[in-house]
Design a protein around this ligand. Structure first.
Ligand SMILES: C[S@@+](CC[C@H](N)C(=O)[O-])C[C@H]1O[C@@H](n2cnc3c(N)ncnc32)[C@H](O)[C@@H]1O
Length: 229
């Protein structure tokens, strides 16, 4: 992964896949260390926002090592994980319903799932509109989506702390335990995300009612939700 500029197009897809294959073995460890376990709380809030019916079938998109899948299964739901990186799924702590695939071309039948969740992957995609169109295709009418990713806090003091953490501490911890270049890219990749209002409009255009975006944990994460019409 180049450290001086952010890749685009096919170069970005290949770079993202290679990067996650590389950092997969220590991904869970570094994640917990660099988020001080705040990611666990964000995951809980994200799943609560889905308001799932009992025994739901839920896609965990860009599932990585499957954290959302385990939380879903614990609540009695059927979780199916899809990710581009074979290495990430192979590094999962246990076996599950994993499928290798691209979020822009989901290997899933139309209207076949009750809900979909996606954690910390929006900024890694080439484009959001085709992903939202795929979500609208595979989620049943009445189903719900919850997409979470990092965001920069609006409060200027928190923002300073966020910048220090993501630009210095995350690459430092990543370098100690894993791949420094990858953990330098991850914070910088936030700039790929469109402004919040644009993402909400894109979700509405794709066919999601009540599309909204809210900030979690003092603004360091953002959650997009919507109901399939
Ligand atoms: C930061 S990790 C998040 C993993 C997991 N969702 C979590 O919450 O820990 C981002 C994941 O997105 C996956 N990813 C990136 N682009 C993708 C794409 N186009 N299709 C499927 N997965 C993708 C990566 O392989 C990686 O596992």
């Amino acid at each position: 992964m180049p450290t001086d500029r952010l890749p685009e197009g096919d170069e970005k897809r290949a770079a993202v896949r290679t990067m996650f294959d590389t950092i997969a073995p220590r991904y869970d460890l570094v994640n917990r260390l660099m988020t001080f376990r705040l990611d666990v709380r964000v995951r809980r809030q994200t799943l609560e926002a889905l308001g799932l019916p009992v025994n739901a079938t839920v896609l965990d998109l860009a599932c990585g090592t499957g954290d959302f899948m385990w939380a879903l299964e614990k609540k009695g739901h059927r979780a199916i994980g899809i990710d581009l990186s074979h290495g990430m799924m192979a590094a999962a702590p246990k076996s599950g319903r994993f499928i290798q695939g691209d979020l822009l071309d989901l290997p899933v039948a139309d209207g076949s799932v009750d809900a979909a969740v996606c954690g910390y992957a929006l900024r890694n995609l080439l484009e959001l509109a085709p992903f939202f169109a795929e979500l609208a295709r595979v989620v049943k009418p009445g189903g719900r989506i919850a997409l979470v990713d990092v965001s920069a806090p609006e409060n200027p003091i928190l923002r300073k702390g966020f910048d220090l953490h993501f630009n210095k501490i995350v690459p430092f911890i990543g370098g100690l335990f894993s791949d420094k270049a990858a953990y330098g890219y991850l914070p910088r990749s936030v700039v790929y995300l469109p402004p919040p209002a644009e993402m909400v409009q894109m979700l509405a255009d794709a066919g999601f009612a009540n599309a909204e975006r809210r900030q979690l944990t003092m603004g360091i994460a953002q959650l997009l939700t919507g109901d399939r019409t």
